[in-house]
Design a protein around this ligand. Structure first.
Ligand SMILES: *Cc1c(COP(=O)(O)O)cnc(C)c1O
Length: 453
């Protein structure tokens, strides 16, 4: 009980920090630390109050709050489109180019020609038409929103046919069957997990059926005794029965040969689909967005759905997407960082790995054995499930310190370094490490080992 009475008063603690501290944040930090302290006392974890430690903790918490929790990290995992790490890194040129659009006023929804209200989607539609030959396009918050909007608009109370082999779950929370159910559409599953035939689709069609959906197997593959109806057949079946066809591509391929060996967005659309949707970040290496391309009259209908008001994207998204699409159309692939990272030749990766190893060896040879090694990485982000790409890594074997503790400290560095641990060794996959981060990684490792020795 006495311990509680010894807790320093809040106004006293407040007075210990000078005017440079933002008062509201400081207040919050003190409240948090005081409640922490009370909990420690209640749990019998402490037997005296260390005021200096309390002040230090308040200061630490304050600094964490004031620096913001969303920050840059170094991605040494080799997974290019890492959903937990912000998926696609964007070119600095893009940020520079959109500066005036977002920091001033823009013609986001203003038709400068006519002087009347305009359409926000218009700014990217022309580019999407050139890339895919589509009639019209629409952009929503993400591809999940695209799936939802399309089903809600065309299939509410009606049946949609999807192969059992394609009822995917993406990233834990996005399950196609649930999204479809929530949209009001009725899912009619056909075929089996490993086999679906054209006749399975055809036999399932009845008078309540409105659409056949083909879904990209973004984060898994079915191998062995399998059969599926290829992308190009679905529109034919739909047309034969007067139904709509929609391909939820999610991710996949945009430039032939980079990423997966799959048909590109443009190829898939031109098989005759009425609608195709994809992720702005997973497929284009751009911002988070859901891109819908398709027939003009269908896009018009999507635009009339009230839901679009809730799913629409803002000027930051549209201006960055405009930059990305422009880069594709001008072959400025250098500016599409994820495409660049995915396409880096193995010989360049080996050079990168050797350079990183040299830097680390120079400063950390007391603590680690370093070696460069050819490894396998994945595109990630549920992009091409079975598409392993060879890469090079610097493997760091700790000589004395527990490797798990080092990994823990790397995450706590002021610019956190995210690594993979394999067989008790740190694997630094150089594919996703930018060259100007080599010294930073060295500094982070030096810092981590200093904390632990
Ligand atoms: C990734 C993905 C989604 C979800 O897209 P987000 O942009 O992450 O919302 C939906 N369908 C497929 C097939 C996907 O690959």
């Amino acid at each position: 009980m006495d311990l509680y009475r010894n807790i320093p008063r809040k106004d006293k603690l407040l007075s210990l920090f000078n005017d440079d501290y933002a008062k509201t944040i400081l207040n919050y930090a003190i409240d948090q630390e005081l409640s922490n302290l009370r909990k420690l006392i209640a749990d019998n974890k402490i037997h005296k109050i260390d005021e200096q430690l309390l002040i230090k903790n308040i200061d630490k918490r304050y600094n964490e709050l004031i620096s913001g929790s969303l920050k840059r990290v170094v991605n040494a995992t080799g997974i290019v489109l890492h959903t937990n790490l912000g998926r696609a890194p964007l070119s600095e040129d893009f940020i520079h180019n959109i500066k005036d659009i977002v920091s001033r006023y823009s013609n986001l929804e203003y038709d400068l020609e006519k002087g009347v209200r305009g359409e926000r989607y218009h700014h990217v539609v022309e580019y999407l038409k050139i890339i895919t030959n589509c009639e019209d396009a629409l952009v929503v918050n993400n591809n999940a929103a695209a799936v939802f909007l399309i089903n809600n608009t065309f299939n509410k109370g009606k049946k949609v046919i999807i192969s059992r082999g394609e009822l995917v779950e993406i990233g834990g929370s996005f399950r196609i069957p649930e999204v479809i159910a929530n949209s009001g559409a009725i899912l009619k599953e056909v075929g089996t997990t490993n086999k679906t035939k054209i006749s399975d689709y055809e036999n399932a069609i009845d008078e309540d059926t409105t659409m056949i959906i083909k879904i990209h197997k973004s984060n898994y593959a079915i191998i062995g005794f399998t059969d599926e109806v290829p992308y190009r057949e679905i529109p034919k079946i739909a047309q034969k029965f007067g139904l709509l066809s929609y391909c939820d591509l999610g991710s996949g391929s945009i430039i032939p040969g980079i990423g997966c060996n799959e048909p590109t967005l443009s190829e898939i659309y031109n098989y005759g689909y009425d609608l195709v949707s994809c992720s702005g970040d997973k497929l284009f290496g751009s911002v988070q967005a859901g891109i819908i391309i398709g027939k003009k009259k269908l896009i018009e209908k999507l635009k009339k759905n009230q839901l679009l008001r809730m799913l629409r994207v803002d000027k930051i998204t549209l201006s960055l997407l405009q930059e990305t699409l422009k880069a594709y159309l001008t072959d400025s692939y250098n500016n599409i960082r994820s495409v660049n990272l995915l396409g880096t030749p193995l010989t360049d990766l080996l050079k990168k790995a050797k350079k990183l190893k040299r830097i680390l060896n120079r400063h950390l040879s007391d603590y680690f054995d370093f070696e460069t090694k050819e490894i396998t990485s994945y595109t990630g982000g549920g992009s091409c499930p079975m598409h392993e790409i060879k890469s090079y890594a610097v493997i760091c074997k700790s000589k004395k310190i527990d490797i798990n503790k080092i990994e823990n400290f790397l995450r706590k560095y002021h610019i956190p370094v995210i690594i993979r641990l394999v067989d008790n060794k740190i694997v630094l996959d150089v594919r996703t490490i930018f060259e100007d981060e080599f010294v930073l990684i060295k500094d982070a490792l030096v810092w981590a080992t200093n904390q632990l020795s």
